[in-house]
Write a protein that binds this ligand. Sequence first.
Ligand code: ATP
Ligand code: MG
Length: 238
Amino acid sequence: MREYSLARTSNVRKAEELFTYLQKRPKTEMVGLGLIYGPPGLGKSRFARQTAIQNDYIYFRLEATMTAKAFAIKLLERIHQHFGMQSLKVRGTGSEIFSRVTDILENYNDIVIVIDEIDYAFRSQKILGSIRDIVDETLTTVVLVGMTDAKSKLLALDSHYFDRCNFFCEFKPMTKDDIKLLCDEICDVKLTDPLVQHLSKKTKGNIRKLVKSLYSIEDIAKERNLTTISPEHMTMRN
Ligand SMILES: Nc1ncnc2c1ncn2[C@@H]1O[C@H](COP(=O)(O)OP(=O)(O)OP(=O)(O)O)[C@@H](O)[C@H]1O
Ligand SMILES: [Mg+2]
């Protein structure tokens, strides 16, 4: 199994468009805020992290218990890392630390920050407010990543602001073609079409479940030295 590859499923292609659109926007006319959202296990975080690594974006995940100050500290640390600045112990109040974040970001027009698990910010108006300030006061592109109801929750919390979010991308269950593409991309063994079909039904397009099944499939293939595997090989094992 090729563990770190990123198969270009239809969700991935749509999400790539989000980044392209936001980065090509007329930055002084339009805020750079996007949201990727959808049910668990569809590859939102994998996409966000890999894209950030490949393109030198700043990526980080919110944590369940994060306060607004902890958010500011983590963001400042990530920005220091990004610019190769020495990270000294961060001191000051939350708003002082956050001002340092915006002071740095104001000097650049091509920074992209990806914030995963944005749902944890729904309890903290302060964190959402800080994100809003980055988007309003700087030319930074901010892409939020969250669960299915992230879009409606953001709009309910602050419709005034978040309806300015200018690219929403919903991750949907993978199609059969996506599953085939992913199997071809990450598996060391070739799966026949009926097996792909079977997996599509069984996993209902959820990548996390699919990857789990693919590990067992690869084990069977290895045990029997198979280069191609079909549903019959699976039943023989049970
Ligand atoms: N495009 C992809 N190519 C290859 N593997 C992938 C891809 N997307 C996801 N995966 C695999 O599926 C697993 C689940 O993906 P991920 O954790 O990104 O889902 P998620 O949508 O962020 O879920 P959650 O909402 O629970 O955070 C990953 O650990 C990875 O193994
Ligand atoms: Mg995730």
